[in-house]
Ligand binder design. Structure first.
Ligand code: MN
Length: 298
């Protein structure tokens, strides 16, 4: 039997003072794990009282954003008119398709007490034939995300089917995503049904089939190999992956597409004001000259 870890990627870390944001994907040499084409982990940290997170309205195309929090809460507003406050244990899935604009801001109640910042934001590329679908938004509450209890482990299925349980979250392409909390001595098998899989330790300590995991690194698993996740002292691990896309995706700023000319069109549309606006949130983020996220596997 081959060891299930195929490779390990260290994230790029940005220090925002009160907390850090770590970008594991896209990485040099690896742009996707299943539909996941962007993986950000942030925190843990706490903003000073009176401060908040303010991601002003900005556009997306060609992807779904998946927001999942360990601590804190965030207000979501989008150009479809949706407003939702996400809290730990729920998932927000916003599908951009042909285009959406949204903002993410700390609720006032969080600013008043010092906002905890600890969670994940990932992007899922939309598959061929669905890149230009109509935009949509859903919030799936914790009671629709099954919890698997194994020996010293509670694992929440956020997307797809894992350990025989299926999350209610919409999947536009076959996807797996789970939040695995291990007590000291806890262990759980990582099966091999998804084409592509990766693990990230986001707190405490853990090992995958005997290999100690580094905090916040992305461990890409070898297709078809079953592994065992174990923690001696307690830890928290995210499992993500899904179908192997037959076509590549370009990520440029907030835009994802299989076609460069579609990204170019989205750039013009945002610059020239052709995206829809977000009700009750008139600000916007201008197009950057050089975006932080720019991967070109095409
Ligand atoms: Mn966004």
């Amino acid at each position: 039997m081959t060891h299930p870890v195929e490779g390990m990627l260290l994230p790029v870390t940005h220090d925002l003072g009160a907390f850090q944001v770590r970008r594991a994907l896209p990485a040099r040499g690896l742009t996707m794990v299943g539909p996941f084409c962007f993986v950000d982990q942030f925190g843990p940290g706490t903003l000073d009282i009176g401060l908040g997170m303010d991601v002003r309205p900005h556009p997306h195309i060609g992807l779904s954003t998946v927001t999942y929090l360990f601590e804190g809460s965030i207000d979501h507003r989008d150009s479809l008119g949706n407003f939702a406050t996400i809290s730990p244990g729920a998932v927000n899935l916003m599908t951009a398709g042909k285009g959406i604009v949204h903002s993410e801001r700390s609720p006032q109640s969080e600013r008043d007490k010092g906002a905890p910042m600890y969670g994940m934001q990932t992007w899922l590329a939309l598959p061929d034939g669905k890149e230009e679908m109509d935009p949509s938004f859903e919030q799936v509450m914790p009671d629709k995300l099954p919890i698997i209890e194994a020996k010293g482990v509670k694992a929440r299925v956020i997307m797809g089917t894992l350990w025989g349980a299926t999350a209610a979250t919409t999947c536009h392409a076959p996807t797996i995503y789970a939040d695995i909390v291990l007590d000291a001595g806890g262990a759980i098998p990582i099966d091999a049904e998804a084409d592509e899989r990766a693990l990230m330790l986001v707190g405490g300590s853990a090992e995958i089939s005997g290999e100690a995991m580094e905090l916040y690194a992305l461990y890409v698993l070898r297709p078809g190999e079953i592994g065992t996740l174990l923690s001696k002292t307690g830890g928290r691990v995210m499992l993500m992956g899904g179908v192997d896309f037959p076509t590549g995706r370009r990520v440029w700023w907030n835009f994802v597409s299989s076609r460069q000319d579609r990204i170019d069109q989205a750039v013009r549309d945002w610059t020239e004001g052709r995206f829809p606006t977000v009700p009750n949130d008139p600000e916007s983020i201008p197009l950057p000259e050089t975006p932080l996220t720019n991967s070109d596997p095409l």
